[in-house]
Design a binder for this molecule. Sequence first.
Ligand code: NAD
Length: 507
Amino acid sequence: MTDWGSESATEMGDEPTSFPMYIAGEPTDSESNETFAVTNPATGDTLGEMPAGTRTDAQRAIDAARDIQPELEFMTAFERAELCHELADAIDVNSDRLAEWLTKDQGKPLAEARVEVDLCAKEFRNAAEDVKRDETEVIPSEDAGKHIYTLRKPHGVLGVITPWNYPLNIPAEYLAPGLAAGNSVVWVPAPTTSVVATRLLDVFSDTSLPDGALNLVTGEGPVVGNELVVNDGTDVIGFTGSPETGEAIARDAGTKPTLLELGGNGPVIILDDADLDAAVECTSFGCFSNAGQICSASERILVHEDVHDEFVSRLADHAQQLSLDDPMAEGTDLGPLNNDAVADKMDRHIADAKEQGATVVAGGSRAENMPTDRYYQPTVLDNVTTEMAVNWEESFGPIAPIISFESYDEAIAIANGIELGLTSSVFTSNIELMHYFTERIETGIVNVNDSSAYWEIHTPFGGYSGKNSGHGRIGGKYSLEQLSQIKTIAVDYENAKSPLDQGSDTD
Ligand code: NAD
């Protein structure tokens, strides 16, 4: 099993290294020999060159996945579970190195990277346990001579396309249950976090994962990602990313099944009877962990007018005490944003809000004198209104926009009055109000007295119907359901040629 314990990984500032894709178990370059550079967002240094995959590369990966898929399908669930545990073991053995690569590639603080690596291993362990208990049914028949039962079968070849904010755990949400269910996989990671993707495949390369069971194709999403979607060789698509790309994928996939996990614009609603200590701490976590680059981030903070002033002042104090620094240093709370587009969006949202009357009570701009201009100060905006882009568009950065409300129904109307509906939270000490809000908020997940980002990996996670946050549910047995299909077997045992009627062949 690969163990990088004694290997010296490329340190920040080292010469760039070339990294491979993986097709049919082999590290490989693109057939075009083209590459693209991946930079460390914390330093601006080039981390490495990745192959710029082509549609032909994606086709090669799909062919490899098709060739091996029957082998996975006809392994027993217990054998696939064993394989998933082995992959989890490989992650655990290399967890320190993976966490370092994750921080260098993505920019999140090392402490958060360690948590993500552990979650990634846990995804494989949970899938292993879930698949062993994935029982199907025997269904009563109207015909006395029939037995009817169901089998769970894999879809076949699973195409997985993932974003850059959780570049190990989000892929694992598909890879682990996908493989456990007997699919083979072709994975296209986000270009800006391709290095840590290839490092995960390095870790898997010495396990008993059959060659071609998990292929990695790096490159531009509209090229290699789109090829997975439109190619007849894939049977199901798992996608996590923006609503815009999700819509394009749903359109291009046609009748192919898709599991789409898209954006959120999580409202947090703080009622007048809330425990403000908990509300401040959990809101800070939801707005500023992973520098706000979380689909379940607390993107809009709706505060009852009676507790507004105290809450805002306490949250601003909290934000100002956070450490925005080198993500490799212990004690750093926020590192840089992963890419320029997300920093530019923060600039645009803050400028738009200020122009329309919002006030900055903490942060409000990129930090100065940092190695790159992607370090964004944790920002608290007050006097935000529903017309501002920070209300109706996902910011995906370290920002807490505060909207004050007078009545409970007004809060619900603001919470539901946008196009996204992924996660939310409500802070109240009153059980009646708790139910009033949880019944009415249109998000797939509602947390009570905790951050909108609170989540456990075996629970169902996904967008609310009628919103643009995706469809299907990921997590535990729900992922297994989405990444497999039910086959119904109806057996007429009376119509079989019976040795009971005709005497035995062995006579
Ligand atoms: P994105 O849609 O720009 O990219 C996601 C992936 O899709 C990348 O790998 C990209 O290369 C690929 N891609 C881009 N265009 C494509 C195309 N035409 N066909 C196929 N693939 C294509 O999203 P992003 O900026 O990487 O991620 C941020 C978004 O993801 C946010 O909206 C966030 O809320 C969402 N997200 C959702 C969840 C969830 O579980 N619901 C989790 C994390 C992130």
